[in-house]
Design a protein around this ligand. Sequence first.
Ligand code: ZN
Length: 236
Amino acid sequence: MASLRFMGNWSSNITASKRNISLLLDGSIAMDFGPHSIESLLEMRVDPCGIDTIFISHMHLDHYAGLPELLWYRAIHQCREPVHIVGPRGIGNNTKSLLELLHTPEAFEIFAEYHEEKYDNATGFVANHLIRDIGFRLEIGGKVLFYSGDTSYSENVSKGAEKADVLLHEMTYLDSDRQWADFWKHSTVSDALRVFSESGSKILVPVHLTSKTERYLNETMEKDSRIRVPQGHIEL
Ligand SMILES: [Zn+2]
């Protein structure tokens, strides 16, 4: 059994009271870490020093910019257990450059280890986005979870999510906005459902929402018992 909570579930088109997509598994593993995820953790009464591993699907602001916030918090609170950061190739150098650009004080001790595209029980699958995006297949508490990050329809994601217990797939656009989905390399409702069907996953949790897709999910999709809304606490 594993538990899944949401630090945020939103796309880059941020709006009041929403936070960017970031997941918390079993209280110690994060998948993506958008801006203000640190506040979400503190509001959930989760100790940021207890975060052991963070998977970053890709290095766009809405999935990644909360990481320096977490690393600053951990330095200020003198968390000495290293946090393992798993992401696309270059994640180590990019994060170190970011910390430098943010004038991170030299006295801050940051305990982080970087891993490219795979780690322990997780396997990365390259998705199809504007920049390199890694979808992660992860085994936790005897359950298999797949998180796509940002992607247009991708056969590789379907393969990576094969027979997963839970598929977390981005759903940024309605099918009526297909031209924007293609331009920005995101998925529509149909794309997410196609991957759900092809992969044979048991449960679909659409994420990376906008006002339009959230409304569609609440009004139409949730009637299907295999589809869950990305909020609160989901026991896997
Ligand atoms: Zn995004």
